[in-house]
Design a protein around this ligand. Structure first.
Ligand code: SF4
Length: 301
């Protein structure tokens, strides 16, 4: 259970560190299921880093649920002899699917007892989507502020939540409600990143994670993460344009790296997206190498 005021404070502080314009556009494929990508740039001018109060006026508590998938799905992804990313991709889909059921069950129970409730896959809306053969899924950053405010884990330099029990191997759903529930406290101790050699940063094939560490706080609770280039990350993870991010293990030949420097513009992404493998495009599996590097570090040291 998280206190919405802590989530709001984290969101407010985060907002000051990023360019929110990066959240306000995306590229969608208007082509057929098979065949070339027909990119269209779509803008969402109202999108911004959000609070629980905006989702549900009068919000008093946020229930956050994590769903763990097997460690080996992430640890063994893309490893010989199978070189398979599919089991990990399926685990991500299935975890999110079950979380939606759980979120709706909790919201219905609250509503039956006279409270209001809203289910959200990303309360603060600071995460993104990750490509998946079953359709785009919420990425590992979704609901991170809600999860850490609920004391479930700590944010790693890659921006995803690391829990003491399961490391990176979970996803989260949040239910915002006007029921006044007893809330948990965030974890205050040094997180796993303290003293780590940072393999997460080196593992990113598009250098989306910078060396600079950003910090946000709420009432004595501090969370730190690497300077993250959302657009470069999405280039690899959401649009699946870089083989080493995962698609190469599914047989896709698309491998278009973003420019080494400079800010990515919608037209650059649309142009690259149009070159995506026209046959395999709907079957894009993504490994998220930063998460795998981190989980290996957490598991094997
Ligand atoms: S690999 Fe190390 S530095 Fe990176 S998120 Fe994991 S624990 Fe933190």
């Amino acid at each position: 259970m998280a206190d919405p005021t802590i989530i709001a404070e984290l969101a407010h502080n985060y907002r000051a560190l990023i360019d929110e314009n990066d959240m306000k556009w995306s590229v969608v494929d208007r082509g057929n299921y098979h065949g070339p990508v027909k990119p269209e740039i779509v803008s969402d001018p109202g999108r911004h880093v959000r609070t629980a109060e905006e989702l549900l006026p009068g919000a008093r508590s946020v229930i956050v649920v994590g769903y763990h998938y097997p460690f080996s799905n992430l640890l063994r992804a893309a490893e010989p002899p199978t070189d398979a990313v599919g089991p990990y991709s399926y685990a991500v889909y299935q975890a999110n699917r079950w979380l939606r059921y759980l979120g709706v069950s909790i919201a219905r129970q609250l509503q039956r007892t006279g409270y209001r409730a809203v289910v959200t896959e990303d309360l603060s809306d600071t995460g993104s989507l990750v490509a998946n053969p079953r359709g785009p899924q919420p990425d590992a950053l979704c609901n991170r502020f809600a999860a850490v405010a609920a004391g479930l884990g700590q944010i790693g330099l890659h921006g995803a939540v690391i829990t003491p029990e399961y490391g990176l191997t979970q996803r989260f759903i949040a239910v915002v409600t006007d029921a006044a529930l007893p809330t948990d406290a965030p974890i205050l101790s040094d997180g796993p990143c303290f003293g780590c050699s940072r393999p997460c940063i080196a593992s990113c094939p598009v250098a989306a994670l910078g060396e600079q560490v950003l910090e946000i706080t709420s009432d004595g609770f501090v969370t730190r993460f690497a300077d993250w280039d959302r657009l470069r990350c999405d280039w690899a993870k959401r649009y699946g344009l870089v083989g080493a991010e995962g698609p190469q293990w599914g047989g896709q030949e698309t491998n278009i790296l973003p420019p080494e420097s400079g800010k990515l513009q919608p037209e650059m992404l649309a142009q690259a997206y149009a070159q995506k493998d026209p046959i395999q495009k709907h079957f894009t599996m993504v490994l998220e190498p930063c998460l795998q590097a981190c989980q290996r570090k957490l598991t094997f040291g």
